[in-house]
Design a protein around this ligand. Structure first.
Ligand code: RTP
Ligand code: MG
Length: 133
């Protein structure tokens, strides 16, 4: 069974929709393997989003993701990475279809409610970063 890393970002936690997001993954048929509330240290945020280090929005992205508590999770299921991103929707909520999490709960690309790993390799890297020993 594949695993993926999913995180309710600080805007999703502040909005009070952790339960709604968890519920969507449960109803889809995923199994929750791990979950915890945490505030991400800057160094971890910079490693997590390391692929975006040279992008103009990197500073803003790190500031945002460390701005308050997140809910980090590991979900298991068939094609978990791909199926989780389908539930989450496109990066820019303006382009995300209604019925997806970003399509239903976000308007702004900088605060788009939830993160999901973009490949099985990223998932293993991110699970190790957030839940490794
Ligand atoms: P995430 O990693 O957070 O799950 O999002 P994603 O895969 O859908 O998108 P990614 O390309 O990895 O971008 C990471 C986060 O950076 C912010 N972003 N801002 N201002 C911009 O043009 C821009 N582009 C991306 C978003 O918050 C995105 O989730
Ligand atoms: Mg990404």
């Amino acid at each position: 069974m594949e695993q993926t890393f999913v995180m309710v970002k600080p805007d999703g936690v502040a909005k009070g929709i952790i339960g709604e997001i968890v519920s969507r993954f449960e109803k889809k048929g995923f199994t929750l393997a791990q979950g915890k509330v945490m505030t991400i240290p800057t160094e971890l945020a910079e490693r997590h989003y390391g692929e975006h280090r040279e992008r103009p929005f990197f500073g803003e992205l790190v500031e945002f993701i460390t701005s308050g508590p997140v809910f980090a999770m590991v979900w298991e299921g068939a094609d978990a990475v791909k199926n989780a991103r389908a539930l989450i929707g496109k990066t820019n909520p303006s382009e995300a279809a209604p019925g997806t999490i970003r399509g239903d709960y976000a308007l702004d690309v900088a605060s788009n409610i939830v993160h999901g790993s973009d490949s099985p390799e990223s998932a293993q890297r991110e699970i190790a970063l957030f839940f490794g020993a």
